[in-house]
Design a protein. Structure first.
Length: 253
């Protein structure tokens, strides 16, 4: 199948960046039959990253697979800010790690932290273990699977929590709504249900001066900052308009 035909099929299926995606598929396919199958899956609505098996994130190639949350470009802002805060040889935790994309950025940073990651979804954990071969990757709900010895020692705790309000999940693009786990998208009634749980437990895991970082929506930012302050953290907001990214950075006193 030629480039023009692949691009035409993707465009007909509603892919906005049909030409760019056609180049990715042509480079990934090893045979004509594999290319045909890939184009058919993408045209049927499967995320491009699931079709080719990887996503680009902060210049890294992150392995992803069916049923695993695809790291968003906006989350690169969260990852880079977290990586800049890890002290050399410090302890870092990637919570709600998904594929381990944020953790991979931390692992590749000059700090070379003692890295731990956790997610509740078995498929995500299997994927994260491929992307974080030198890290400790656990399966379980938030802090539950982390070693108790980490309490009070975490320098940077980064949590890519879901923050889409439950009532708005149905409005997400089909690629996300139909192909990614609900647990990675649904943030509860106001989008902060998981964030509040992380905030409440974070102070007992952070080292003195340690920081919690998480992504949120702009509408939720005032409530997120208030929740962090109510649990004794010193929160501040940071944003990247180009990436449409808003994060909270909350330090333990």
């Amino acid at each position: 199948m030629s480039f023009s035909r692949v691009a035409a099929e993707l465009r007909a299926a509603g892919c906005v960046f049909a030409e760019d995606e056609a180049r990715v598929l042509l480079a990934a396919a090893r045979t004509s039959a594999e290319l045909d199958a890939m184009v058919a899956r993408r045209a049927a609505g499967a995320p491009l990253e699931h079709v080719v098996g990887w996503a680009e994130f902060c210049g890294l190639r992150i392995s992803v697979g069916p049923g695993v949350f695809v790291p968003r470009r906006r989350t690169e802002f969260l990852a880079r800010r977290a990586a800049a805060l890890v002290p050399p040889g410090g302890v870092a935790v990637d919570l709600c790690c998904g594929s381990g994309a944020v953790g991979a950025v931390l692992a590749a940073s000059a700090a070379r932290p003692d890295l731990h990651a956790a997610d509740i979804d078995p498929a995500a954990v299997a994927c994260a273990r491929r992307n974080l071969p030198a890290a400790h990757v656990y399966e379980g709900d938030l802090f539950d699977p982390l070693p108790p010895a980490l309490r009070g020692r975490v320098d940077v705790l980064v949590a890519n929590v879901p923050y889409v309000p439950t009532g708005e999940v149905a409005l997400l693009p089909p690629e996300a709504r139909d192909h990614e786990p609900r647990t990675a998208l649904d943030g509860g009634a106001d989008g902060l249900r998981i964030a509040r749980r992380v905030i409440a437990a974070a102070p007992s895991w952070l080292a003195p001066g340690g920081r919690l970082l998480f992504e949120t929506g702009r509408r939720q930012l005032p409530d997120a900052l208030r929740a962090a302050a109510e649990h004794g953290l010193r929160p501040e907001a940071a944003a990247d308009d180009d990436l449409d990214a808003t994060i909270v950075i909350a330090a333990r006193a």
